[in-house]
Structures are given as structure tokens and as C-alpha cells.
Design a protein around this ligand. Structure first.
Ligand SMILES: NC(=O)C1=CN([C@@H]2O[C@H](COP(=O)(O)OP(=O)(O)OC[C@H]3O[C@@H](n4cnc5c(N)ncnc54)[C@H](OP(=O)(O)O)[C@@H]3O)[C@@H](O)[C@H]2O)C=CC1
Ligand SMILES: O=CCCC(=O)O
Length: 289
């Protein structure tokens, strides 16, 4: 199957590589075109613009940083809209808000094209190993057609109904994750400041009711101040912001998420946005009596 892939950041590069390794023909595009070269070594073709990729492929997947990027790639000159139409499908796997997704859906479907939003849970390593959790919503026919690709990219796919539901599910999950990262970081700092060995805390946590892959995977690196990016902090803060907006729209009070968002904003303002979101630990560590 020939698949187009737009956006070769941390996630897009791993996902498109995975498709290539599993026998898909892939045509890639990235805003910074030089990032396509590594994929070409593994058999990918390059499209010079999003429109060129869509022209060539029946199915095109996008994995872009944020709502502005997702909209730009569809609506701007040489964008997806110039070539999408009947018989073609567009799958946006970026994490965006439901409004952005709906806007893209309306534009694509008005040309006769099919649209699916399919944000993912899981980070760099699950993307490399095909262990993502796919949160799809939109065109059911396109979802079914995409299952061979989703089976390569993920360990489980959910079809959640109408466009917007995938985006909402993803934002709820990441709102919880961002709050957890803040609580975890505060716990690490508190254990150190109160004279405990934080490595002991990691061991205790891992044996109890709140053991989880995030604490287990990131804890030891955090204690060494290693925040090599798997999930960039700037994207986690974007997700907190979008989740808080969803809370506003639905009159849901979220003081814990709001406080976590403030920590991520502070970390961004201190230049930590391109590090892993675990770098929020560094700003919590800085607070003194
Ligand atoms: N990293 C993770 O663990 C996960 C990330 N996500 C979500 O997936 C998406 C991608 O994340 P990730 O790969 O980590 O992000 P990166 O920051 O590594 O990559 C972002 C991509 O978006 C492109 N881009 C940014 N702005 C524009 C624009 N205006 N026009 C066109 N392209 C643009 C970048 O192009 P260029 O190379 O030119 O800058 C790059 O290809 C985000 O929505 C993120 O929230 C979801 C699950 C996990
Ligand atoms: O959006 C990013 C999610 C990262 C993860 O699920 O580990």
C-alpha cells in the first residue's frame, strides 16, 4: 500500500520508518526537507510539497506539532486541500483541539475526500516499536481501510465515533499525564530535601498501587537531570493548554491541571521547551525556602 507521510519530527520519523520496515511504500514530506533524507535511505520517496504527496498517494498521514502546523499544511499554498478529493483519505495523527480537527474535516470532506483524526498515546519508543495506542474518530470507512497501517503503528486502535472525540480523548489522557509528572517531580524533590534517597522512593513507588511505566521509565534519568526529549515539554504544555480550554467549554474545574500548566509554562519561559517534559522537575527543584 502507498502511504504519504507529512511531518518527520520525533514521532513522524519513527512512524514512517516503521511503515517502511513493514513493507509499505511511503512518500514523505517535511517542512525542513533535509529531514527526509534519512528516510530515503530506507526506501522512501520524497514529495516536494504536501499537495504533491496527496496527489501521489491514496492515503496521507500527518504528524505535526500543533494546531497552527496542522492547519497550515492543509490550507496554505501547496497544501493538502489542493489535491485531496474523492477516492483519497487524510489522517491527522497530530495532537490538536477538536475545533482544529473539525475545521480540517469540513474542508477535506467538502472536496469529497475522507478524513480521520487519529492522535496517539505513547511516545518515541512505542512509535519506533509499533506499540502506540491509536485514538481514531471520523470516517469509519477510512478507519477500516487504515487498519493495516494502524496495525503496524500501534498495539491497539480505538474508533471513538465523530470527529473531535479522538482529540478530546487524547487531551484528557495528556492532561492526566502532565499533572502526574508534576506530582512525581514534587515527590522526588520532597524526598531529596527531607533527607531520603530518591532512588528508594522510585523503588517504593514501583511496588505499590501507583506504579506506572512513566515513573519507572523516566525516574532514573530525571534524577541525573537527563531530559533528552522523547515528548518535548513545549508539546506537553500545548496539550495542557488545549485540555484546560476543553475544561472551560464544559465548565469542568481543573485546579490540579491548571497548576501543572503553570509549571510547564514556567519551564518553557526558562528555555526548557525542547527538552523532555520531565524537565519540569528542574524548575520544581529550583524552588527554595
Ligand atoms: N513526542 C511524543 O512523545 C508524542 C507527540 N505527540 C504529538 O505528535 C505531534 C508531533 O510530535 P513530535 O514528533 O514529538 O514533535 P516534533 O517537534 O519533533 O516535530 C514536529 C513536526 O511538525 C513540523 N512542523 C512544525 N510547525 C510546522 C509548520 N508550521 N508547518 C509544517 N510543519 C510544521 C516540524 O517540521 P520541522 O522539522 O520543519 O520543524 C516537525 O516535522 C505533536 O502534536 C505532539 O503533541 C503525540 C504522542 C507522543
Ligand atoms: O502526547 C504524548 C504522549 C506521550 C506518552 O504517551 O508517553
Amino acid at each position: 500500500m502507498e502511504v504519504g507521510f507529512l511531518g518527520l519530527g520525533i514521532m513522524g520519523k519513527a512512524m514512517s520508518m516503521n511503515l517502511l520496515k513493514n513493507g509499505f511504500k511511503v512518500t514523505v514530506w517535511n517542512r525542513t526537507l533535509s529531514k527526509c533524507n534519512e528516510l530515503v535511505e530506507f526506501g522512501a520517496s520524497i514529495g516536494e510539497t504536501p499537495a504533491q504527496v496527496v496527489k501521489k498517494c491514496r492515503l496521507t498521514i500527518a504528524m505535526l506539532s500543533d494546531p497552527a502546523a496542522a492547519l497550515s499544511v492543509v490550507f496554505d499554498k501547496d497544501g493538502v486541500l489542493e489535491q485531496i478529493g474523492s477516492g483519497k483519505g487524510y489522517i491527522d495523527m497530530s495532537t490538536v483541539d477538536p475545533e482544529t480537527s473539525s475545521k480540517i474535516s469540513q474542508a477535506i470532506t467538502s472536496t469529497g475526500g475522507a478524513f480521520l483524526e487519529a492522535p496517539v498515546s505513547g511516545s518515541k519508543q512505542p512509535a519506533e516499536t509499533g506499540q502506540l495506542v491509536i485514538l481514531a474518530a471520523g470516517d469509519k470507512g477510512l478507519y477500516e481501510e487504515s487498519i493495516p497501517a494502524f496495525d503496524v503503528l500501534g498495539k491497539k486502535s480505538f474508533f471513538l465515533g465523530q470527529v473531535g472525540n479522538g482529540a478530546k480523548m487524547k487531551l484528557v489522557v495528556n492532561m492526566i499525564m502532565g499533572s502526574m509528572m508534576n506530582a512525581f517531580s514534587e515527590g522526588l524533590v520532597l524526598s531529596e530535601r527531607s533527607g531520603l534517597n530518591p532512588h528508594d522512593l522510585l523503588d517504593v513507588l514501583d511496588l505499590g498501587a501507583i506504579a506506572n511505566p512513566m515513573f519507572r521509565g523516566k525516574g532514573p534519568a530525571m534524577l541525573k537531570s537527563n531530559h533528552s526529549p522523547a515528548f518535548p515539554l513545549k508539546h506537553q504544555q500545548k496539550d495542557m493548554r488545549l485540555a484546560l480550554a476543553l475544561g472551560d467549554e464544559n465548565a469542568v474545574s481543573m485546579p490540579v491541571a491548571a497548576a501543572a500548566n503553570e509549571s510547564f509554562k514556567k519551564a518553557r519561559s526558562m528555555g526548557l521547551g525542547d527538552l523532555d517534559f520531565s524537565a519540569v522537575y528542574e524548575i520544581l527543584k529550583m524552588t527554595k525556602d
